[in-house]
Design a protein. Structure first.
Length: 535
């Protein structure tokens, strides 16, 4: 989850964790590592260290947090005299500030532009002590304590006692902590000095609801869940080679959640509460800090739906959608000119709200257009002038029903149903499509995986690599409607839009009780797409 430019790859993540992994209601850590370690390979490549220019001073620090836990940090200060606004930043999940090129580069750049920057290792990672709690109450109090620490520095501009002029920036785990901390500050909770002190935030690739992130629509996202758990274990104070040492550092609840998800095929109620407590869902409307949400169309961990939900629930906000995110294409985008363009927007946002530059406001929505290879703007999602069209599957097939067997974890041609609409005009889709399905599960519950593809000149491209899962229980036929991730895609005459619905996907847990699925798409029981068409 680090925005550092580290390339992360996971292979062979379909496996079954033995039931004896649990002992007396708790995880046997040695058995757990034996179960997952042999079938998972995680590779990381990063650039460590920071580069200072002649105009700034870089200082390594150890800061004692609210409960005595020591936090490793790096302070970047402009050599120019006087006081400056501050920026607080931390890294992605499983990382640390020493391995994060994102933090070292932005720390240097912000400082060269007149900001005091404090980057730090989140609790349990890098040089910081304590246990990783998935941006829970302790991590929030750590961030609040560091805000107080900034206020005490002679080089930092303040708005009152314990109240620095401060913004936050960061990706993924470093984005989620911004939202959780801004919520606590807005509500005056956490530390006694909490008093709505954050002047602006730039959460990049952050989540809205971790329950949805890891089990969207009730379907476990096993690929990402496994990768994050193992990456977190590797980054959380690895002290030895045996399983017990390897699994130290992260809260045990994280391993229990993975166990339930992979073995029992669903999240327990306590796990949903645990993830919800660490999410902005249901609380984000209390944030008063102006927020610049930066997200990627191709983010498959926290899909752009989560950024859209965050933005819609916030009062003072702007939204930027790029072609990056938690994906291989997103890693590449972070190192390209597009990454520089995103950074320029982040600097503009902080200049606007920390320096009071009223001439630098941003459009409501800035988004990457894959057709032109540049950025465009909109007044919202959906944008003004958007028309919604319903495209029925009945219009592109003579069959009234289709059947797909459940093939377990293995996606195959027989588990996949495809429907294709020919495009006969210039057409731009912009926003979140909706899919309505009429389904008859052949078993107690079924799971479907829907995606859209752009067909051009004989080549088929899955749009933004996005797959939307859906869990359906009960006797059919049943109609269900689900939002698909927002997209930006232009079509020309001769192109086609393809809808694919499958009973299996390699990144998700399949149904263990369905024999297959009947999909109804006649005129009486329709399956259809509702598409946002932008003028």
């Amino acid at each position: 989850m680090d925005g550092s430019g580290k390339k992360t790859l996971v292979t062979n993540y379909w496996f079954v964790v033995p039931h004896n992994t649990f002992a007396d209601g708790r995880i046997d850590r040695r058995r757990f590592l034996t179960a997952v370690g042999a079938s998972t390979t995680v590779f990381g490549v990063g650039i460590s260290g920071a580069v200072s220019s002649d105009g700034i001073t870089e200082t390594e620090l150890t800061i004692e947090s609210f409960d005595g836990t020591e936090l490793g940090a790096t302070l970047y200060e402009p050599n120019a005299g006087g006081q400056h606004p501050a920026v607080l930043m931390t890294h992605g999940y499983g990382g640390n500030r020493s391995l994060s090129q994102f933090l070292s580069d932005r720390g240097t750049t912000y400082a060269n532009n007149g900001y005091v920057v404090l980057t730090y290792d989140s609790r349990g990672f890098g040089d910081s002590g304590g246990e990783v709690g998935l941006n829970g109450p302790n991590e929030v109090r750590d961030a609040q304590h560091l805000i107080t620490h900034l206020a005490a520095l002679d080089s930092v501009q303040t708005d009152g006692p314990d109240n620095p002029r401060v913004g936050m920036d960061g990706t993924s785990y470093g984005g989620g902590i911004q939202l959780n901390t801004a919520i606590a500050e807005a509500n005056g909770t956490g530390l006694p000095e909490s008093n709505d002190r954050i002047d602006a935030i730039v959460p990049r690739w952050a989540w809205h609801d971790l329950t949805y992130s890891l089990a969207p629509n009730g379907v476990i996202k096993r690929g990402w869940a496994l990768l994050l758990t193992v990456a977190g274990a590797a980054g959380a104070h690895l002290t030895g080679t045996d399983a017990f040492d390897f699994l130290q550092g992260q809260a045990p609840e994280l391993y229990e959640l993975l166990y339930h998800g992979l073995v029992e095929n669903e999240l327990p109620d306590w796990g949903i509460r645990y993830l919800t407590d660490r999410s902005p869902v249901g609380k984000i409307d209390s944030i008063t800090s102006p927020a610049l949400f930066i997200h990627g169309f191709s983010d498959t961990l926290f899909t752009p739906l989560e950024a859209l939900w965050n933005a819609r629930a916030s009062t003072a906000h702007r939204l930027v959608l790029t072609n990056g995110g938690h994906s291989l294409s997103g890693i590449a985008a972070g190192l390209s000119d597009e990454g520089s363009a995103i950074d320029a927007l982040a600097h503009t946002w902080l200049d606007t709200h920390l320096r009071g530059d009223e001439t630098t406001d941003l459009p409501a929505v800035t988004y990457y257009d894959s057709e032109s290879g540049g950025y465009k703007t909109a007044d919202g999602i959906p944008a003004s002038g958007t028309t919604w069209e319903e495209w029925s599957v009945a219009g592109v097939t003579d069959d009234e029903t289709s059947y797909a067997p459940n093939t377990g974890p293995i996606e195959s041609p027989i588990s996949t149903l495809s429907f294709e609409w020919a495009i006969d005009r210039e057409l731009t889709l912009f926003g979140p499509p909706e899919l309505s399905l009429t389904v008859d599960p052949f078993g107690p519950e079924c799971r479907l995986f829907a995606s859209l593809a752009h067909v051009r000149d004989g080549a088929t491209t899955q749009i933004d690599d996005q797959v939307t899962p859906l869990r359906i229980e009960g006797d059919g036929p049943l109609e269900r409607t689900v939002s698909l991730p927002p997209l930006s895609r232009s079509f020309t005459p001769g192109d086609a839009l393809r809808l694919t619905v499958s009973t299996a996907n390699v990144g998700y847990q399949p149904s263990r009780s369905a024999v297959g699925v009947w999909l109804h798409h006649g005129t009486a029981e329709e399956t259809r797409l509702r598409l946002p068409i932008r003028d």
